[in-house]
Design a protein. Structure first.
Ligand SMILES: C[S@@+](CC[C@H](N)C(=O)[O-])C[C@H]1O[C@@H](n2cnc3c(N)ncnc32)[C@H](O)[C@@H]1O
Length: 247
């Protein structure tokens, strides 16, 4: 497995449960923009440790199903459901091929995940399973116009992420058949997130990452992690919310 920074943060048990910039604040904003309310049937694609699903159920009174491709994420999320007694179904599943019928959910969301995926296919699946009139919403990183092709291809190699520009995300949504598409810039949340992650990982966590990468991948692995960190911290990446409605 490539020593991508994302992968390390997700899998090295660093005590980080919310795996997207903006924390639950942006999850709440996404929910409001998608008109999630009492009894709304929501699908959260790539639900990670389930933090957002619990937040949505507790704060919006909706019903959430979470799917994620990772066994360990599903296990962590299910444990929380057992510990809290809150009923949320977490199923293993692939965002590219959802095991749900057409027009099943009122709202389909995916937080900080579509950049990792075949975007057309994943958005196509979101549109397929949402009901007519329902919202599809994501938040994800985006490239600013200033990002070079070299930076984009290095980021794809190291992190396996292929973000769009904010306009590009909007175009993808429109091409998938969504209407009333809006794109909102939430760049300031990334800046706060960088500081938060640094604090949460702490010095011990940073050492843990350093030794793991060095052991598995040697110096070239460390070089990649450093390059990736520089891209994450550069002025060429932004963060945005994209919402559309199925006609
Ligand atoms: C950056 S994390 C975001 C997790 C969660 N949405 C959050 O914001 O906390 C990306 C998640 O995408 C999941 N993932 C990656 N590829 C996937 C796929 N093809 N189908 C479903 N989930 C996937 C990973 O297992 C991981 O949990």
């Amino acid at each position: 497995m490539s020593p991508s920074l994302e992968h390390l943060i997700e899998n090295e048990d660093l005590g980080i449960e919310i795996l997207h910039p903006g924390g639950l604040e942006i999850t709440g904003e996404l929910a409001e923009l998608c008109h999630i309310g009492k009894n709304t049937k929501v699908l959260d694609i790539a639900s990670g440790t389930g933090e957002s699903a619990f937040y949505l159920v507790q704060n919006f009174g909706c019903h959430v199903t979470g799917i994620d491709i990772s066994d360990s994420m599903i296990k962590r999320a299910r444990k929380k459901a057992i510990d809290t007694g809150i009923i949320i179904k977490f199923k293993k599943g692939d965002a590219h091929d959802l095991a749900f019928d057409d027009n099943t959910f009122d709202v389909v969301i995916s937080e900080c995940a579509v950049s990792f995926l075949n975007k057309e296919q994943a958005i196509g699946e979101m549109v397929r399973v949402v009901k007519p009139g329902g919202s599809v919403g994501i938040h994800d990183i985006y490239w600013k116009e200033s990002a070079s092709e070299h930076m984009k291809s290095r980021f794809a190699e190291i992190e396996r992420e292929r973000p769009e520009t904010l306009e590009g995300w909007g175009d993808l949504f429109k091409r998938a058949g969504l209407v009333d598409v809006i794109m909102l810039d939430r760049l300031s949340l990334v800046q706060r997130w960088r500081e938060e992650i640094k604090k949460r990982i702490g010095f011990t966590g940073q050492l843990k990452i350093f030794f793991k990468v060095f052991r598995d991948r040697g110096l070239s692995g460390l070089k990649n992690v450093r390059e990736s960190m520089e891209i994450f911290q550069s002025q060429h990446l932004g963060y945005g919310i994209i919402i559309g409605k199925k006609p």
